[in-house]
Design a protein around this ligand. Sequence first.
Ligand code: HEM
Length: 509
Amino acid sequence: MDFLLLLQKSLVALFAAVAAAIVVSKLRGKRLNLPPGPFKYPIFGSWLQVGNSLDHHDFIKYAKKFGHLFLLKMGQRHIAVISSPELAKEVLLTQGKAFGSRSRNIVFDIFTGKGQDMIFTDYGDHWRKMRRIVTVPFFTNKVVQQYHGDWEAEAAEVVEHVRSNIAAAAAEGVVLRRRLELMIYNNVYKIMFDKKFESEEDPLYVKLKSVNGERSRLGQSLEYNFGDFVPILRPFLKGYLEKCKEVTRRRLNLYKDSFVEERRKIALVEEEKDKNRVKCGIDHFLVSQQNGEINEDNVLYIVENMNVAAIETTVWALEWAIAELINNPETQKKLRAELDAVLGPNKQVTEPDTHKLPYLQAVIKETLRLRMVVPCLVPHMNLDKANLGGYEIPAESRIFVNAWWLANDPARWKKPEEFRPERFLEEESNVEANGNDIKYIPFGVGRRSCPGIIMAIPIMGITLGRLVQNFELFPPPGQSRIDTAENNGQFATRMSKQSIIVLKPRNIA
Ligand code: HEM
């Protein structure tokens, strides 16, 4: 009965909205010089033809038809997609301020308290303040100097963990991803809370991983797009949004009760002894709270942001790198040969060593080129109407820069479909991951670019280096390759299946 009533109300609303939309679009459409795009119906825009699923591969198809800048009208949302280096430069650098806000969606609004965080907030004073507050404890060279010993110790523990059951790892294989995830959690939680989880069974770790995993699934899913695009369909999403609210409550409470308050108490005791004592990230955030720069919610949202931005991205990038090393055994051998030649038989790779290992660096770059974890960057947004490439971009458009295409366009890259790290030592030897060349921006470039690059690359180098130094990596028994099918979410791409990896100790056939 309730459902029938809802349906009836929706149909009446739909009818009224169609009529209104036709009138409004007739009045408005003529005045704006919009970029080209697929045919738009009233209310639904192009959603009826395009559907819920939108990834970097779909965008390439539309770009071939409509050009380097096209506009999708998806229900009420305008989505502008950029597919050329020139326009990418315009959006991220030249007009970086105008396009420097973030497009949120109905689900991310719940996760971030409508942008009280840093990653999904508009460009402006709040973002600047938040970014400044997280930079000191997380994103400077000093942090790398201070913590690389911990990253090396964590990678050594991964190696020991595999060794402790080497018979199984060498015969049936293991889902290495799970252990790597613990390692990345420890790397991030050490900096943020001076905290370490001893094992995958640690009850707090289990809880944390579970709520973060739920949030990731709910946020990355494409199935809620219809309600985000077409507001009159939103009532059908009620259950989904309730679940998002409930998960958000549980997550923020867990961060607060088990980590932030814990650390607040420790900091108080330590402050008694040493007035200037600021040990880890959260101490910095709490000082900013005490100074009145940010409030308690902002502190929790910073913690939430770091859980999202730092952990999955790095774990997924490592998974892709391992898969490519297995599917390209010659590359794996060449990398091992470099490690042996530069470090000798007894030295395990450290962060300072990674700078002397150009092939290792090239493997990381090539992974992030072919298997870009965030292929269209985190969607940007223009708060006000803007001009781009001779067209007008309506205010509050969602802007996707197809960074994957820029790094995989055959017009700009030699055989881009091949995993060939050598390209970064040969024809692309000047291209760095920091955005010095706009055709390769796996971490973005400009104001909203990823500050985590400073730790992501060393952590990847140390981890991959140690794995390849200690083991030979193979696909699961009975398979000749790792299955690299993709799972594309709202803006991240990961491997669809959590792969089993066979690890044999070096020199044992
Ligand atoms: C391989 C690992 C990683 C990749 C590929 C990656 C990629 C990205 C990309 C593409 C963006 C959006 C850039 C844009 O929209 O212009 C981003 C934003 C961000 N990343 Fe990363 N990231 C990684 C690791 C990390 C780590 C380890 C951290 C933190 C410790 C981090 C923190 C952030 C933050 C805070 C933002 C938002 C910046 C802002 O809005 O001002 N990321 N990342």
